[in-house]
Design a protein around this ligand. Structure first.
Ligand code: UT7
Length: 325
């Protein structure tokens, strides 16, 4: 039996900080409202001329370095994103070229904020089945380019960043369980209307602000709590573990109130949950791998530890995984 194991982690966030106080100057909001409703204090925003592939590239180089693996040993790149450089070609192909690996499989995967969780699941399956040996699993976003900075209900939430892991074949676990789900019944609750075949870019679509993310936050909130709870419980059970066995929970960083509600439902102490949304806001697909990388580098997640990750996003999509570091 072969397993997939995380051999290295890396992340990258732009230097440029957009604080709650900065947002107070451009929209009708307050640091007090944002902090109490979300837990977010600041987010990072890329400079002009920088793209999703730039952040992803840096996160991948750091993950490969951490794994002590040259890019030439990779046999695939799977990148979760909702803000690719282009709709096509994939941002993963841009990485393939820039990293200087061989002509390996490379593709983007679109699963809302669950993009990394989905990519990890797919990569795990490919490694366990023997199709791949060494994969880069990436979550990368430049959400500031699809944010409407006139919509205070969304623009205060999201930021830019990227995270990556090197997933490699191993005789020992590794990934112990992975659960994915979707429910497209309420896709309009969180989506971007423009840019696809329904509403291509026209002068009118631009005037209608169709190329920006739209969200019904209040309803999304309720589904997020329930979904993160059920998939986390399912992943723990599938791994034949008990919640107590989890050393660290690394949830999608969307809202502190969501994380707290899920933590309480899982009966988990605060010190077992990794939170960094105060610094980055919601970075969608990048949120879990950035948090995981930070937790590893800060010594909060050590070799042999059992980690639970869970994510929820547009689609709706959601999922959770358990792995031994
Ligand atoms: O990662 C993908 C998944 N996404 C999520 O998980 C996001 C889930 N949703 C949320 O995190 C929360 O619903 C929000 C943070 C987006 C909103 O928090 P809320 O407690 O659900 O607020 P609300 O939408 O119910 O709005 C409450 C009030 C409204 O005013 P009225 O109608 O009560 O007078 C809003 O207009 O707060 C107002 N409001 C704001 N006030 C100041 C909305 N946005 C802001 C703002 N600053 N930025």
């Amino acid at each position: 039996m072969k397993y997939a194991k995380i051999q290295g982690t890396g992340s990258c966030a732009p230097d440029n900080v957009l604080s709650n106080e900065d947002l107070e100057k451009i929209i009708d909001t307050s640091d007090e409202w944002i902090t109490t409703r979300t837990g977010i204090k600041q987010r990072r925003i890329v400079d002009k001329g920088k793209y999703t592939s730039d952040l992803a590239m840096e996160a991948c180089i750091r993950a490969l370095d951490d794994a002590n693996m040259p890019a030439s040993e990779l046999d695939g790149i799977i990148l979760g994103t909702i803000s690719p450089d282009f709709i096509f070609p994939s941002t993963a192909c841009i990485l393939q070229s820039q990293l200087g690996c061989g002509n390996i499989m490379a593709f983007d995967l679109l699963a809302g904020c669950s993009g990394f969780q989905y990519a990890l699941h797919v990569g795990n399956g490919m490694i366990c089945s023997g199709q791949s040996k060494n994969l880069l699993i990436v979550g990368a976003e430049v959400l500031s380019r699809i944010m409407d900075y006139e919509d205070r209900s969304t623009c205060i939430l999201f930021g830019d960043g990227a995270g990556a892991v090197v997933l490699t074949q191993s005789d020992e676990p590794g990934v112990m369980s992975s659960i994915l789900n979707s429910d497209g019944d309420n896709w309009e609750m969180l989506y971007m209307p423009g840019g696809g075949s329904r509403i291509p870019a026209t002068e009118e679509s631009v005037k209608n602000r169709d190329h920006y993310l739209k969200m019904n936050g209040r309803d999304v909130f309720k589904v997020a709590v329930k979904s993160l709870e059920t998939s986390s419980v399912a992943a723990v059970e599938k791994a034949n573990l008990k919640p107590d066995d989890i050393d660290l929970f690394v949830p999608h960083q969307a809202n502190l109130r969501i994380i707290d509600a899920v933590r309480k439902r899982l009966d988990m102490p605060e010190e077992k949950v990794y939170i960094n949304l105060d610094k980055y806001g919601n970075t969608s697909s990048a949120s879990v791998p950035i948090a995981l990388d930070e937790a590893v580098k800060a010594g909060r997640a050590k070799e042999g530890d059992i980690i639970l990750t869970a994510a929820f996003g547009a689609g709706f999509t959601w999922g959770a995984s358990i792995f031994k570091l």
